[in-house]
Design a protein around this ligand. Structure first.
Ligand code: GDP
Ligand code: MG
Length: 435
């Protein structure tokens, strides 16, 4: 069975939360302050049962510009987007910003709902649909279904459900990998159970009774109880919205942005990455202070340009990100950068090395190596790790260093190694060395 998560996107008050309630019967505005202010501040969660028997998890994001940080945090775990545009308001700033953020996070599929059709004449609905077509041209939503709906009138909801099912059907299962990873987005205490954390499972699987670790820090926990989509489960896997009841640590130890993992993987304070800036935003100089967002983790960081002295809007560069606090990341992870006061999204990118050396200078060989990594996948990454060392490294060590599963390393190595790397086996162990 496929396990997918759909995330809403769109400007505040365009009807995202109302639409999710109409589709699922679940009210995502559960917090008292949200009710009072009428906007989704935190992440709302729901799920929808598809005719195929599959369940799609739903993350309802806040649309207000003050909460783009939260939007980024929850969009990090989703598989496809439901962009919501109100027919009476049309495209607004966060409609564009959310669409850009989702592109940066690597979202590749989705659909659009044009809401509040009951408030306007049919011609205005048509205009809004046209506006959406223009906005999405050239993006991952180009040519996607655009469905007019009215939540109070119940109009268009069946059609929207069908289109959601079709998008889900057309998607591949999430390539979750071997390592269980969940960035915590909510923490609460349940009477009689203790601490419960929630998040989107990015990879791997976790079962009741398993040992888990809270990262950074590597403190050990036991999984007492699991829920997916609000129902008790024996196991949660990549693509699930999960709640995990953990025993072994005080509630105060947990923070949003921390990672629950099935093994201790090492945190890093430096990341090599490719970074793309949005067009028409400010340029970045060779060293720039930014607000860095990966998973549900958010912190100040410095971006060091490697292959140029200035990065202008619309362009892409190789960078080294120096984090203020250690963070646990894997190569291939997507991130977003905002300006240092975190009120403007500048761009984002992809981690190409989660354990780089510190690049004080920028020799041409370095740029070449980083470009190769950006294009190369796991094989190139392993090769780069081996070139950093003088002695042979075992596949177990590599899996440890790169936060990959042992099987993943075995497979990457079996698929042929890049130039300059030799391998030999000793029993179960594979050794790799620069040759
Ligand atoms: P969000 O900020 O995008 O989540 O927007 P909400 O779902 O909170 O909706 C904002 C306001 O628009 C609320 O007062 C809703 O009742 C109203 N609303 C949402 N959808 C519709 C719709 O289809 N028709 C009408 N008339 N009002 C709507
Ligand atoms: Mg809302």
């Amino acid at each position: 069975m496929k396990r997918l998560i759909m995330g809403t996107a769109g400007h505040v008050d365009h009807g995202k939360t109302t639409l999710i309630t109409a589709l699922t019967g679940i009210d995502c505005d559960t917090h008292r302050e949200e009710k009072a202010r009428g906007i989704t501040i935190n992440l709302g969660f729901a799920h929808i049962d598809l005719p195929s028997g599959e369940i799609v998890g739903i993350v309802d994001v806040p649309g207000h510009r003050d909460f783009v940080n939260t939007m980024v945090a929850c969009a990090s775990g989703i598989d496809f987007a439901l962009l919501v545009v109100a027919a009476d308001d049309g495209i607004m700033p966060q409609t564009r910003e959310h669409l850009q953020v989702m592109s940066l996070l690597g979202i590749r599929a989705g659909l659009v709902a044009v809401t509040k059709t009951d408030l306007v004449e049919p011609e205005l609905v048509e205009m809004a649909v046209e506006e959406v077509r223009d906005l999405t041209a050239g993006t991952f939503l180009e040519g996607c279904p655009v469905v007019p709906v009215s939540a109070p009138a119940g109009e268009g909801l069946e059609g929207l459900r069908r289109e959601i099912a079709a998008v889900a059907e057309g998607m591949e299962d999430r390539p979750g990998g071997e390592v269980f990873r969940l960035y915590i987005d909510r923490i609460f205490t349940v009477e009689g159970f203790g601490t419960v954390v929630t998040g989107s499972v990015l990879g791997g699987a976790l079962r009741v009774g398993d040992t888990a670790y809270l990262l950074p820090g590597g403190r050990e926990l036991r999984v007492r109880r699991l829920e997916r989509y609000g129902r008790e489960a024996e196991e949660v896997c990549a693509g699930d919205r999960a709640s995990i009841n953990l025993v072994g640590l005080d509630r105060d130890t947990f923070r949003r942005g921390m990672l629950v993992c099935d093994r201790v993987i090492r945190p890093t304070s430096m990341i090599d990455a490719s970074l793309r800036l949005f067009p028409q935003r400010r340029d970045l100089g060779i060293w720039s202070q930014v607000s860095f967002h990966l998973g549900t983790c958010e912190q100040q960081a410095r971006v060091h340009l490697i292959d140029r002295d200035r990065l202008s809007g619309g362009a892409e560069a190789l960078v080294q990100v120096v984090l203020e606090e250690p963070c646990v990341v894997q190569y291939g992870d997507r991130f977003v950068v905002r300006n240092s006061s975190s009120d403007l999204t500048l761009g984002g990118g992809e981690v190409i090395d989660a354990a780089p050396l510190h690049h004080r200078r920028r020799p041409s060989g370095l740029i070449e190596n980083m470009s190769r990594l950006a294009d190369g996948g796991a094989g190139e990454l392993i090769a780069a790790e081996i070139r950093k060392r003088y002695r042979p490294v075992s596949h177990r060590e590599i899996s440890d260093i790169l936060n990959l599963g042992e099987e993943e390393v075995r497979e990457a190595v079996a698929g042929g190694l890049p130039e300059g790397v030799v391998r030999y086996s000793e029993g179960e162990e594979i050794y790799l060395a620069a040759g």
